[in-house]
Design a protein around this ligand. Structure first.
Ligand SMILES: *Cc1c(COP(=O)(O)O)cnc(C)c1O
Length: 485
């Protein structure tokens, strides 16, 4: 066994990993990468088919991002945002605000303020705390009345939601497998059903060899339930403080895409009931959900955020994973002037937002993010993404011939392939059968690395992936399925 693998096995505890299984084999030790290719210490090469857990955008060792980090290194790597501003964080905030506001939006408040943190979970914690305190301060009757829990601002999120692993983020999440054990530590939030067309109890259509969104037969019962939930809470005299959602696509729930129009409808309803909108674009942000919007905005660059594809303007926009192009841990929570103003006051009023992290506004991270944004906004990156989206669609269609493929759902540059025992009945594999894990292991033996969520295989290639590399990813998946079953 390689000495680094040995050290890992001796000392490292891996995230979301059953370590007994881990300790049964020699781990792959990654030591280098270039574009969509990862190399391990034994000299083997792999395609990074999940963009290093959904973070990487333009590939590894992109010369422009590498150079930006090197330039920043020659100046300084980090200084504290507690007390000081810095160059790249200021520049980045301005660019994020530009990118986050759709020119067509006139109705809703602009996102104008950027609060930096380190990862997706903290980006959500920040939104959560701000929305909570903003609501307490602006809904007169609640201020000062903290005796009854029923009067606290409440949050609504979506079944299957994943918003991170810190306690606030877990409270918003609804994946029992991850979250149930910690129930005693959490605050309570409410959930609405996820618009999971493939397994929707209201979808009366028999399974077809197509994305379930395309052949569903329903009356938007999922939207009706959102309406009911919001109005019931309003009747209790304490309307929801905020509705929290992953726009267009729920990631860790199993790459569950929303049928066109769901997002627009439910966010209109939530706003109508006085809820703030918290968009978790930790996974979907920065072009992941597609280069073209369904109704393209004239004379405007391709939208970088999923919300913009349905003309939704949230009050909070949470960004992390792809923010630095997948180079460094950094996150941002964007919000409105109105929320910002609720925290202004004399020092002695103590209206300060008492929250921050040691590495808030990190200079190296901000320099990488600036370079990544520059690349994203070039015409060549926009057309590369459009091309990749089309290739992905073409390649995936070949998988319908496999009987264990129940649903193939693509949103832009992400795809989830749901494995089932029988596509005609949608009968699922039991989790303990490890169907997804076994298929991914078979793919790894063919030089393609990705991670499943349950029985869903995820393909989320870096934007630099070539056609030949994409074909290899999909054919390794097909071969992996055939070998496993
Ligand atoms: C990954 C993810 C998070 C959490 O981000 P971390 O950086 O892992 O803390 C939150 N929300 C969504 C939608 C994610 O995909």
């Amino acid at each position: 066994m390689h000495k680094l693998a040995q050290l890992d096995r001796q000392f490292v505890w891996h995230p979301f990993t059953q370590m007994r299984d881990w300790l049964q084999h020699e781990p792959v030790v990654i030591c280098a990468g270039q574009w969509a290719v990862l190399r391990d210490v034994r000299g083997r090469e792999y395609l990074d088919a999940n963009s290093s857990i959904w973070t990487n955008l333009h590939g590894h060792r992109h010369p422009q991002i590498d150079a930006a980090i090197r330039r920043q290194l020659r100046k300084i790597s980090h200084s504290s945002a507690l007390g000081f501003a810095n160059e790249p964080a200021s520049l980045l905030a301005g660019k994020l605000v530009d990118a986050a506001n759709s020119k067509r939006n006139r109705k809703n408040p602009k996102l104008e303020k950027v609060f930096y943190s380190d990862n997706g979970s903290t980006a959500l914690e920040v939104a959560l705390k701000l929305a909570y305190e903003f609501t307490r301060r602006t809904r007169g009757k609640l201020v000062g009345r903290t005796s009854s829990r029923a009067e606290f601002p409440r949050f609504l999120s979506v079944n299957g939601a994943y918003h991170g692993d810190t306690i606030g983020a877990v409270s918003l999440g609804h994946i029992d497998l991850f979250h149930k054990a910690y129930g005693g530590m959490l605050f309570s939030t409410d959930r609405v059903m996820s618009p999971y067309c493939y397994r929707c109890p209201f979808n009366r259509a028999r399974p077809e060899r197509d994305d379930a969104r395309n052949y569903r037969q329903c009356r938007w019962e999922c939207v009706g339930q959102v309406e009911q939930k919001l109005s019931a809470q309003k009747k209790k005299g304490n309307p929801y403080a905020a509705f929290v959602f992953e726009p267009l696509l729920q990631g860790a729930a199993g790459m569950i895409p929303q049928p066109e129009g769901w997002l627009r409808r439910v966010t209109d309803i939530a706003r109508g009931h006085g809820a703030l909108l918290v968009a978790d674009e930790v996974m979907t942000g920065f072009g992941r959900t597609g280069a073209q919007s369904p109704k393209p905005e004239p004379q405007s660059p391709a939208s970088l955020f999923a919300c913009q594809q349905e003309w939704v303007q949230p009050d909070f926009l949470c960004l992390a994973k792809g923010l630095t192009g997948g180079y460094l841990p950094m996150a941002a929570t964007l919000t409105t002037q109105k929320v910002f103003d609720a925290f202004l006051g004399g020092y002695e009023e103590f209206k300060t937002f008492f929250h921050g992290h040691s590495y808030t506004g990190n200079q190296l991270g901000a320099a990488a993010a600036l370079a990544s944004l520059d690349i994203l906004q070039t015409q060549s990156s926009v057309s590369r993404r459009a091309r990749l989206q089309k290739w992905l669609q073409d390649e995936l269609s070949s998988l319908w011939s496999l009987p264990q493929v129940g649903d193939i759902r693509q949103v832009g540059l992400v795809a989830g392939i749901e494995l089932v025992k029988n596509w005609r009945t949608r009968e699922p594999f039991a989790l303990r059968e490890r169907a997804g894990i076994r298929v991914c292991e078979a793919m790894a033996r063919r030089g393609v690395l990705t991670r499943p969520v349950g029985n869903v295989i995820v393909l989320i290639p870096p934007y630099c992936t070539t056609k030949a590399q994409l074909q290899k990813m999909v054919s390794a998946l097909a071969a992996g399925i055939r070998e496993t079953f």
